[in-house]
Design a protein around this ligand. Structure first.
Ligand code: SF4
Length: 345
């Protein structure tokens, strides 16, 4: 089991539930816009949020942002250690840095001292795109071993300054490489791991890459907190993260929808029915498995674990619950009938 740290009030690692993160894409010092976006993310289920700190104005906005939100705030810092110090003074809950790119060891020490004093954890965020030149040369490019050596080098640097409140990420845009790096980290360290496939792209491919990379690792028992990276409204990242956690069996709240792909046996217009059921249940937080099946051949049998479901017949649907038949309805009433049953559950 990994060590546990706290990002604000949210435990990360040590058996705590895997938490969902996202990152604002507003201009950080536009406090109104940043706070509005964080509220939207919070409403969608985001548990920890990160903001970019590209300049002093962003660092100086931290306290004004933080006092208007209720989820922990992480500062994303590159190159300028002074920004990390400013954010720490202004009440940031955690800092993401790459100790290797903030310069001299005395700067790293200054950040470590300030964060230790205030119990602010640091995420070492190694990224395939910014891996040190020496490691690229040593390993002949970006490899899992190179990413892990970079991360562990940064861990040692923080440890040298008596800093142990550490989380690690080693993200790449390549899914197998990302997975290999995290598996190595999992073998070599017990610091909590922040999972992500970086620059995963637009939702079309980004969702698949993230589901494979993050979901695959979670299914192996690796990962303590996650961020799905999408070229989209960050709220979509939260939705995707929740689905990945549910599909990995790590979140029970919300509906698990089972739906058959349809085939030559299907005698009802199943696809719009399944889509409408999914749409209407999007905000349902009941822990239910709902099945929408095209026929009775495999319907109730295949989905016998479903709490409620429907199997299509010739223009009709047969409602069933845990493998037992309830009653039959015409196809145009299937969705309403399912919703009525679900409301009563
Ligand atoms: Fe075909 Fe029935 Fe299976 Fe759906 S449940 S794919 S309709 S056999």
């Amino acid at each position: 089991m990994t060590k546990q740290l706290y990002v604000g009030k949210v435990p990360v690692g040590g058996g705590a539930p895997v938490s969902i993160q996202s990152m604002c894409n507003t201009k950080t010092d536009d406090v109104t816009a940043t706070v509005a976006q964080i509220h939207k993310l919070e409403d969608a289920g985001c548990e920890i949020v990160r903001i970019a700190i590209p300049d002093e104005a962003a660092a100086k906005a931290v306290d004004r942002i933080r006092e208007q939100i209720s989820i922990p705030l992480i500062a994303d810092i590159h190159f300028r250690y002074q920004y990390a110090l400013l954010c720490a003074e202004r009440g940031i809950d955690a800092i993401r840095i790459n100790p290797g790119n903030i310069g001299a060891e005395e700067y790293v020490k200054a950040v470590a001292d300030s964060c230790r004093k205030r119990k602010i954890p640091i995420r070492i965020g190694v990224n395939g795109g910014s891996l040190e030149k020496e490691l690229r040369a040593k390993y002949g490019g970006v490899t899992a071993e190179a990413l892990v050596e970079s991360a562990m080098g940064h861990v040692r640097l923080l440890n040298k300054f008596d800093f142990d409140d550490i989380c690690i990420s080693a993200k790449c845009s390549d899914v197998p490489l990302t997975m290999a790096a995290y598996r190595l980290l999992h073998e070599q360290t017990d610091y909590p791991l922040h999972l992500g496939v970086t620059e995963a792209g637009t939702p079309t491919m980004g969702l698949i890459k993230s589901a494979m990379g993050i979901g695959g690792l979670l299914c192996m028992g690796i990962g303590d907190t996650i961020r799905v990276t999408l070229t989209a409204d960050p709220v979509e990242e939260i939705d995707a993260a929740q689905r990945i956690l549910r599909a990995s069996g790590l979140r029970k709240s919300g509906v698990n929808l089972i739906a058959c792909p349809t085939c030559g046996r299907t005698r009802i217009d199943l696809i719009p029915i399944a889509q409408e059921v999914e749409r209407r249940l999007a905000n349902c937080d009941k822990n239910l498995t709902v099945a929408v099946m095209g026929c009775a051949v495999n319907g109730p049998g295949e989905a016998s674990a479903a709490d409620i479901g429907v199997a299509g017949g010739d223009g009709v649907g047969v409602l069933f619950s845990k493998g037992k038949i309830l009653y039959k309805v015409p196809q145009e009433r299937i969705v309403d009938a399912l919703m009525t049953e679900i409301e009563q559950m």
